[in-house]
Design a protein around this ligand. Structure first.
Ligand SMILES: Cc1cc2nc3c(=O)[nH]c(=O)nc-3n(C[C@H](O)[C@H](O)[C@H](O)COP(=O)(O)OP(=O)(O)OC[C@H]3O[C@@H](n4cnc5c(N)ncnc54)[C@H](O)[C@@H]3O)c2cc1C
Length: 442
């Protein structure tokens, strides 16, 4: 691919920043990733990514894109200790109170977020032309006229400017691009928001390898009358499991007794017994996620040259669906494709490409969110019609392996949501059934 410019700077070395750097490295001679944290080891939990202490599922689509960007990464993760197991075969999943039918839809790789990010970081660093500049706080942009020409950074000893042909804001939910746009005289992007008020509490535990029998993962979603969820996954390291409890409106407590009492309401009895015997390997850590937010940069008519935005800084989804890292990977792939056609009109073409990636995922998440009674928001007619159909699909998913596989591929972003409307699926969802298996678990 032709070199478009000499130097690109990515602000933030989270998943989006690292993957963006990987995409830019094909078109820019040098890429610098500026990160405020100063991790002492690549796989370390760190302050700038507090969500990294909680369950982070890598969806099948995200895994595919990572494998394209970093050939062999899946094998490397598994060789270094990530758990790998066939989804829906060795993975117990409950949807609105019903067990999802078992089947085979591919391998799932399970690990903590710092472990995954550490591996991606090493791969990005190993690629020539990319420099990771840790311990540097981005304090502002350097601007000439209506063009961003660099980034102002502070390493604690003083401020300096990194000149750049292109700057990408990947600083997560707190990214400052909307404020910077205002300073430059541009309107802020229109923003879609949904107040979800979801709370996480997580702990690493040591439990036997067969803590879940033959299963290596368990996901229990909210059900009628109980808007709580849990995830328990085998992660890297001997007998290490990550337990995450989730609550809408009423959040899981972080004191020992409250945490276990909350767990008792959502974890199956046999697993709760295992948890009571397990050895805590970490404190109980919490995260509160008030609002899903989608910034519609593609709708702006004016945008400064030399600046792009990526990752959670564009869209941060309700984390319960595990979409963020996969969407960050898809955005980076979209950036790579956009750069293949040169820098002309780059921001407009990039934000449009990103909107095509984000829109179906956002709709999927919002549709599921609005089915949660605690979420206070208007339910339009379109939601109610789709919801009635989705409830039939969810019932089919508990009874029928083909329906379960397709539903799983859609929620893993491998197939578009529209494939749930295909005749083979509609037939499974809509045909009348009478079976004890249809009963929602109490
Ligand atoms: C509780 C929770 C659970 C989640 N679970 C999942 C899941 O199961 N699966 C999934 O795919 N996604 C999940 N996500 C979403 C996922 O974490 C993000 O979508 C994804 O990591 C992309 O984030 P990012 O790189 O855009 O931002 P971040 O990960 O927030 O990274 C931003 C980076 O910018 C740096 N930074 C910030 N300010 C500055 C500054 N001034 N100067 C320099 N550096 C700066 C930060 O230190 C950080 O390294 C979850 C999110 C939450 C909150």
């Amino acid at each position: 691919m032709p070199a478009l410019g000499g130097h690109a700077v990515v602000m933030g070395a989270g998943m989006a920043g690292l993957l963006t750097a990987r995409a830019l490295a094909e078109s820019y001679e040098n890429v610098t990733v500026v990160e405020r944290d100063r991790p002492t080891a690549p796989e370390q939990e760190r302050r700038g990514v507090p969500q990294g202490k909680h369950a982070h599922l890598l969806l099948a689509r995200g895994k595919q894109v990572l494998e394209q960007m970093f050939p062999g990464i899946t094998d490397e993760l598994v060789a270094n200790g990530a758990a790998s197991f066939p989804v829906l075969e060795r993975f117990r999943s409950q949807l609105v109170g019903r067990e999802v039918r078992r089947g085979h839809v591919g391998e799932f790789v399970s690990m903590t977020r710092p472990f995954l990010e550490g591996h991606i970081r090493r791969r990005v660093e190993a690629r020539g032309g990319v420099t990771l500049l840790d311990g540097h706080d981005v304090v502002g942009l350097a601007v000439r006229g209506d063009r961003v020409t660099g980034v102002r950074v502070n390493d604690g000893a003083g401020e300096r400017v990194l000149d750049a042909d292109l700057v990408v804001d990947a600083m997560g939910r707190g990214a400052r691009s909307p404020a910077w746009l205002a300073q430059l005289g541009h309107p802020a992007p229109p923003t879609d928001e949904l107040h979800v008020d979801i709370g996480y509490a997580s702990r690493l535990v040591r439990a036997p390898e067969d803590a879940l029998g033959a299963d290596k993962g368990m996901l229990i979603g909210p059900k009628p009358g109980l808007s709580r969820a849990m995830a328990m996954f085998k992660v890297e390291g001997d007998s290490r499991w990550l337990l995450t409890l989730v609550g809408y409106a009423g959040h899981p407590p972080t004191d020992e007794e409250g945490f276990m009492e909350f767990a008792r309401t959502v974890v199956p009895d046999e697993t709760f017994a295992v948890l009571k015997e397990s050895e805590p390997l970490s404190e109980i850590r919490r995260f509160r996620f008030p609002t899903s937010r989608r910034r519609r940069y593609e709708k702006l008519r004016s945008f400064p040259g030399g600046l792009l935005v990526a990752g959670d800084a564009i869209c941060s989804f309700n984390p319960i669906y595990g979409q963020g890292m996969s969407v960050a990977a898809l955005q980076a792939a979209a950036l790579r494709r956009t750069l293949m056609d040169g820098e002309h009109d780059l921001a407009r073409r990039y934000f449009r490409a990103v909107a095509r990636v984000v829109a179906p995922v956002w709709r999927l998440a919002v549709q599921a969110d609005l089915a949660i009674p605690e979420i206070q928001a208007p339910r339009p007619l379109s939601f109610r019609i789709t919801d009635a159909y989705i409830r039939r699909v969810q019932r089919a998913v508990s009874l029928d392996e083909a329906a379960a596989s397709r539903f799983f591929r859609v929620t893993s972003l491998v197939e578009p949501p529209g494939s749930l409307l295909r005749p083979s699926m509609a037939w499974r969802a809509l045909r009348p059934r009478r079976s004890a298996a249809e009963a929602v678990r109490p």
